[in-house]
Design a protein around this ligand. Structure first.
Ligand code: ZN
Length: 271
């Protein structure tokens, strides 16, 4: 906690400054007299002062700029990035583990591809990771439904279903139906609310089951599209570029940060 500066402290500070000024003036006076009386001594003092300045300058320059703690952090960070790159090997089949590994954007792409293979026109919107609606589903240029995709480890509760309802209502009855897809599951309260409204809930396992009903070629196309390249590292919702793993200087824990930091301050937990 910061200590308050009291009046007593301020007075003491003034006295100390005055004393320091007095000491400096006495020293300068002494030096002036010495130079007048003895030019050899004054030359020696000047040489030693210059020598000391040069010594400190060289010493400062030869010091390594990075501290041990800093270089340790960057080494740790590099190894995390390397491990992450190595772990992105193309998987052979769609399964719950792969769903869990997908970054949020690839999950949205997976959902939109599923609807495309089902014959819909699935338009991915630019709302980002936490935006309102992620996909608009059309058939014959007519809006059929709005889709919210959420790559989530925890169960989806009523709060997020209500958000989708809000988006549907904001469209003034233009939206006939809402669909909520998650990589995980929904709570029973979320199911109850969705049943009372025109919202369809699709869990991760149900999405997989639906994809497995598609022709094999469609399944292969989806798998290839969503696992091409690095499919695990999250994308920045604002900048649409892959984020990088960083280590927190506060607690040493790793997190995802945007490459455009400090311009973009978007972060995600790295769990
Ligand atoms: Zn960004």
């Amino acid at each position: 906690m910061a200590r308050k500066i009291t009046r007593k402290d301020a007075d003491l500070e003034v006295i100390l400054i005055l004393f320091a000024l007095f000491a400096v003036s006495v020293f300068l006076n002494f030096l002036y007299n010495l130079i007048l009386e003895n030019p050899i001594v004054s030359t020696l003092i000047a040489i030693s002062i210059i020598g000391l300045i040069v010594f400190f300058y060289i010493n400062q320059k030869s010091k390594p700029k990075k501290t041990i703690a800093k270089s340790y952090v960057s080494r740790q960070q590099n190894s995390i990035n390397k491990i992450h790159k190595l772990s992105t090997i193309q998987p052979k089949k769609l399964c719950l583990k792969l769903l869990a590994d997908l970054e949020w954007k690839r999950f949205e792409i997976l959902c939109s591809l599923y609807f495309t293979e089902k014959g819909y026109q699935a338009n991915l919107t630019q709302k980002g990771a936490d935006g309102g609606v992620d996909i608009e589903l059309c058939k014959n240029k007519t809006l059929q439904a709005v889709v919210q995709c959420k790559h989530y480890k925890a169960k989806i509760g009523v709060k997020l279903i209500r958000e989708l309802l809000g988006v549907m209502h904001d469209r003034d009855g233009e939206t006939p139906k809402g669909i909520f897809i998650t990589s995980g599951e929904f709570t029973s309260e979320a199911h109850n609310l969705a049943n009372r409204q025109n919202i369809q809930l699709i869990s991760g396992s149900e999405l997989l089951a639906r994809i497995k009903m598609l022709p094999q070629k469609s399944q292969d196309n989806i798998l290839f599209a969503i696992t091409k390249g690095d499919y695990k590292t999250p994308s920045c919702p604002s900048c649409d570029i892959k984020m990088i793993s960083r280590l927190s200087k506060k607690d040493g824990k790793s997190f995802w940060g945007c490459k455009n930091f400090p311009k973009c301050k978007q972060t995600f937990k790295n769990v």
